[in-house]
Design a protein around this ligand. Structure first.
Ligand code: ADP
Ligand code: MG
Length: 470
């Protein structure tokens, strides 16, 4: 029995070490260190947390990480259960002595839990919680995010004193919303260290709200958020269909807004597309400024990769950067992930970072989605089919409206998808000058950003190209 116990403890130690390596030390100390292993069998592992709030927090933020640690240490996937050890604790105390003493101990523990709850706001949500990498300096600006960046900068320079209140930033996943949101916080703080900046995901806002209700501490909950000079709320779409939390958020929002405090919100879709969010909340969002972030164009993808290489002090051959930028097109997180993998692979295998290595890694990443070497022919075919123009018309000098548009779209997509040089594209399309190609890329890029139905057209064409090249 003792043997089993000590084997279990050994595994637990290994797991703790594993997790410590993978997370920031303050998170490890606050959240993981207080955990304990309860038991474990071939299929599952039970871990206890000191309070219900603590176990919920673990569920929300660290469960995947712990799961992967378990996989590393136990060599397989186990079902992970996080339990609260207050019940166990209660029986233990009751068994061990007079109920009078045990009541006192429990009261003390409850008090500690509430303290812990209150600290969460100060320690976790405030400035200290911001990722130090997410600043304006490390944020690469391009046509896809320029407007969002400019608005964010303006807000961070004069929180509450611009016409952009609230500022709502929306865009697909992995496109830099959180990065920008936190950059606002950093900058506002840098300008004035006394500014109270609160960064919170709407998910965390909800958990705190529920915990506050349970602990009868709604007032404190409200007061803490209302102390903000700058409230940064990430991923508001999480509040869809959560009426209670929306209601609470509405009050917090109004209170801050009326006192001239700045609010910045991110969402993965436009306010109008948020289903199950009350109309009055949406109209509040729309009363400020809404800006979007689009997927980065080819040049911006290259710039982002180069920036990351500089920050991480990595040396990467330009053709590898180009190859990654050609193949990962819709998500900056994946773009960065590809680079990290390529480096991990090269250092594990003691090989140089070459285009062949990059091909292998990206092929693994994309799985069934093949790496792409999309030729201008495929692009041309898809575009002419879509706009019903013939190849002769495209190559001609004619300036008929549809033909000119189709030609410009081909130029844009050749640049965007395959990253071909302006010169090559020009030569392939009836010997046109590279400045003509550049002009076309700018015109189409702008039109996509300004005209939603045109953007949809381009998406449809891209889809056809994907089908044709897979
Ligand atoms: P989102 O919140 O929109 O899902 P994130 O802000 O988490 O996306 O961005 C994902 C990753 O991509 C982060 O590591 C972020 O630093 C990086 N990233 C996104 N956009 C840019 C950019 N324009 N310049 C530099 N890094 C970026
Ligand atoms: Mg995010």
């Amino acid at each position: 029995m003792d043997k089993v116990q000590s084997a279990l403890e050994k595994k637990w130690d290994d797991l703790l070490n594993n997790l410590q390596r993978k997370m920031p030390s303050h998170s490890y100390t606050s959240w993981v260190l207080p955990l304990n292993i309860v038991d474990c069998n071939d299929f599952s592992i039970r871990i206890s947390a000191p309070s219900r709030f603590h176990s919920e927090y673990i569920e929300m933020h660290f469960k995947d990480l712990i799961r992967s640690g378990v996989r590393d240490i136990f060599g397989k996937d186990l079902t992970l259960q996080i339990i609260t050890d207050q019940n166990t604790r209660k029986t233990e105390i009751l068994e061990s002595g007079s109920s009078h003493i045990s009541d006192r101990i429990l009261q003390k523990e409850e008090h500690a839990e509430k303290e812990n709850f209150q600290q969460t706001y100060y320690v976790e949500d405030r400035y200290s919680q911001l990722n130090s990498r997410y600043t304006f300096e490390t944020f690469v600006e391009g046509p896809h995010n320029q407007f969002a960046k400019v608005a964010s900068r303006a807000v961070s320079e004069a929180p509450g004193n611009t016409a952009f209140n609230p500022l709502l930033i929306y865009g697909g996943t992995g496109l830099g919303k959180t990065h920008l949101l936190q950059a606002i916080g950093h900058y506002a703080r840098m300008q004035n260290p006394n500014r109270r900046v609160i960064y919170v995901s709407s998910e965390k806002f909800m958990i705190d709200f529920i915990t506050a209700i349970r602990n009868n501490r709604l007032n404190e909950f409200g007061n803490l958020y209302r102390k903000a000079d700058l409230l940064l709320v990430d991923d508001i779409q999480f509040l869809e269909s959560r009426e209670g939390t929306q209601e609470q958020f509405f009050h917090t929002f109004n209170d801050l807004y009326q006192r001239g405090k700045q609010i910045v919100i991110t969402s993965d879709r436009t306010p109008k597309e948020l289903k199950g969010v009350e109309e009055r909340l949406i109209s509040r969002f729309l009363s400020g400024l809404t800006v979007d972030i689009q997927p980065p164009d080819f040049e911006s993808r290259i710039a982002i990769l180069q920036k990351k290489a500089t920050i991480d002090q990595l040396t990467i051959p330009p053709e590898v950067i180009e190859f990654v930028a050609q193949n990962i097109t819709t998500n900056v997180r994946e773009l960065e992930g590809a680079m990290t993998r390529i480096f991990a692979y090269s250092s594990l295998a003691h090989t140089d970072v070459t285009i062949n290595l990059a091909k292998k890694v990206i092929k693994d990443m994309l799985g069934v989605r093949k790496t792409r070497h999309i030729s201008i022919d495929i692009i041309q075919a898809a575009v002419s089919e879509f706009y019903k123009v013939t190849e002769n018309e495209l190559m001609s000098k004619g300036r008929k409206k549809e033909v000119a548009l189709a030609r410009q779209v081909i130029m844009f997509l050749s640049r965007e998808i395959s990253g071909m040089s302006l010169k090559t594209i020009g030569l392939r399309l009836g010997r046109r000058d590279h400045t003509t190609v550049m002009h076309a890329c700018n015109v189409i890029g702008r039109k996509i950003r300004e005209n939603k139905s045109f953007a949809k057209e381009i998406d449809a064409i891209k889809h056809q190209i994907d089908l044709a090249s897979s």
